[in-house]
Design a protein around this ligand. Sequence first.
Ligand SMILES: N[C@@H](CCC[C@H](N)C(=O)O)C(=O)O
Length: 304
Amino acid sequence: MTQQRRTQGPMLRFTKMHGLGNDFMVVDAISQPFRLRPEMIRELANRNFGIGFDQLLVVEPPGLPDVDFRYRIFNADGSEVEQCGNGARCFARFVRDQRLTNKKVIRVQTAKGVIELRVGREGMVMVNMGVPEFNPPAIPFAADRRKDVYTVDVDGQTVELSALSMGNPHGVLLVEDVDQAPVETLGPKLERHPRFPARANIGFLQILDRTHVRLRVFERGSGETLACGSGACAAVVAGCLRGLLDARVEVELRGGPLVIEWQGEGTPVMMEGPATSVFEGQLRLPGDSGGRRRRSARPHKQRS
Ligand SMILES: N[C@@H](CCC[C@H](N)C(=O)O)C(=O)O
């Protein structure tokens, strides 16, 4: 019998980061070769057998003029997506910590266009998240015309939600109390509802007053996370469309607060919040499919 030898792949350096508890594995794919298949991403995202993360963020060289980097985002289920607000803040922090740039205003190419990140003091980052899109085919959401509130049938139950794109698709429901909201039951059903053909992130929004809200988000491809930046933007936009919120709102997520500003239709949404580095590590990728990894990690000096 011939013994099959598994080849050892290259070492991969990564940083573990989070934005209000929405956590990321961040990889510099400029100074090291990097390519992962979806099943490998799922394995790394696993919180028991892998590194554990909500999203994988990949820093690449730009493909456009006047842009500093390309930013790719993968959910824990291995799907590549267009937008990640908390990830964008961590991205800005990462490229500066790794000395890939010393700019304070960083222009980044995403799958849905260019976004601008501004690095502020004490680890805070301001992101221009772009102009929200309400046209149903562009979200994408199945509807014959645009509305501020849609009625959706879920297993015979009627649910009211707003649908919009922040570069990625969102549905936003108003609830009395986020602590009692059916995030774990209704979230996955709406994420995969046939009216969202590309699936969607589902936000459960509790309005406290015109400038303060609470929010939980069941994320497409990752499940409920402690915070969702694009979800916070979508929720404030949905609240403004319903006439319930002012232009500047503090959004209390399970992992902490974000400040979101939106001046109205046709203008971009601005998001401000923290970005935190947790540790740096390296792992040996399998040289062939499905091999187990060896990994090592050293704690990060906390820089705020
Ligand atoms: N956590 C993110 C959103 C990540 C992508 C999302 N799950 C999707 O599939 O669109 C954020 O902070 O915006």
